[in-house]
Design a protein around this ligand. Structure first.
Ligand SMILES: [Zn+2]
Length: 340
């Protein structure tokens, strides 16, 4: 199967009433683990790379690792997605690399920084302007686009908003109409990173329901949706880590959000935690071990197990064979017609 456009994958999820996880990758072991989980559970999957991941892997390495994943798994619909594209330039680079989807995060201004290193929020009009610019460019090439309205708390690579603003449902309809984004990230109270909340979070579920009414044909995305399982945090700390009070979004909250209209669920932190726990365990239990395969291997296995359980929890499992991926050419025609 060729790479899948994200619009198609999320529309299928919307029709089927399930969520699709979008998992961040930086290296070979993560990509292998995520694809092994997708194969095992028969799940469509979104693998996403942030600007930091592309820089870390010098772009070309990650591209070829992702393409290897596609070649090795012809029966799994796979989307290659750019996470938090800061501007048109990086979105263009990702599209040139063969990504089938890009996020343009117009909610904050990546060119500006406050003295403490955070990015200020953009105005509604400014967000529309940068998002539409990317959507026009991407759609002309059949590539899907995700935008963001409202800002999230927490920190993830370069993404650090100056203030947390929940999505205003009154803006959703106009934003989707004017930008023609295929997917929209909603800020409903989730947060990036491991230190999301001091207590179990209360998400603005009614916001999802309200936004779903305002834009029935747009696919919605939840960022910062790692669950930060306490047993994983304990495992990291047991083997010499120091992660005090990390907390995330419980699985039942994610399932409720999916029921109300979320299609894409971004997960990064949980993958980092499980990999760190597995590597720390080997280092502590076998201090004489110095073959990287002997600790990266167990980390890969642990990540596969974690992602497979998410695929079951999000309802993605079993849906890999539901449809044939559309070509970017056919998406190009679709967008051209839509524009007229
Ligand atoms: Zn995010």
């Amino acid at each position: 199967m060729p790479l899948c456009p994200m619009r198609q994958m999320l529309e299928e999820a919307r029709k089927g009433g399930y969520g699709v996880g979008a998992y961040n990758v930086n290296n070979m072991e993560q990509i292998q683990a995520i694809l092994a989980a997708a194969k095992e559970t028969r799940s469509p999957v979104i693998i996403q790379a942030s600007r930091g991941a592309l820089e870390y892997s010098n772009l070309i390495y990650l591209k070829h690792l992702m393409l290897a994943a596609v070649e090795e798994n012809p029966d799994i619909p796979i989307v290659l997605h750019l996470d938090h594209g800061p501007d048109l330039k990086l979105c263009k680079e990702a599209i040139a690399l063969g990504f089938t989807s890009v996020m343009i995060d117009g909610s904050i201004d990546y060119d500006k920084k406050t003295p403490d290193g955070k990015h200020p929020a953009r105005s509604f009009e400014d967000n529309i302007r940068v998002t539409k610019e990317v959507a026009d460019y991407a759609h002309a090439r059949g590539v899907s686009v995700e935008g963001e309205l409202g800002t999230l708390g927490g920190i993830e690579d370069e993404t650090h908003a100056d203030e947390v603003l929940l999505t205003d449902p009154d803006e959703v309809e106009e934003f989707c109409k004017r930008t023609r984004v295929d997917a929209l990230a909603l800020a409903i109270g989730t947060s990036h990173g491991a230190y999301k909340f001091k207590h179990e979070p209360v998400l603005a579920m009614d916001l999802v329901t309200e936004c779903r009414k305002r834009a029935p044909d747009t696919n919605f995305v939840m960022h910062g949706s790692s669950s930060v399982p306490q047993e994983l945090v304990a495992e990291v700390n047991k083997y010499g880590g120091k992660l005090p009070g990390a907390m995330g979004v419980p699985i039942p909250s994610i399932q409720e959000a999916v029921k109300r209209g979320i299609q894409k669920i971004n997960v990064d932190t949980d993958g980092r935690l499980v990999v760190t726990a597995a590597i720390r365990k080997v280092f502590v239990e076998k201090p004489s071990e110095f073959d990287p395969r002997k600790y990266l291997g167990p980390a890969r296995d642990a990540l596969e197990k974690l992602i497979a359980s998410k695929m079951r929890d999000f309802g993605t499992a079993g849906h890999a064979g539901d449809y044939q991926a559309k070509s970017l050419e056919s998406m190009k025609t679709f967008y051209a017609k839509q524009k007229r």
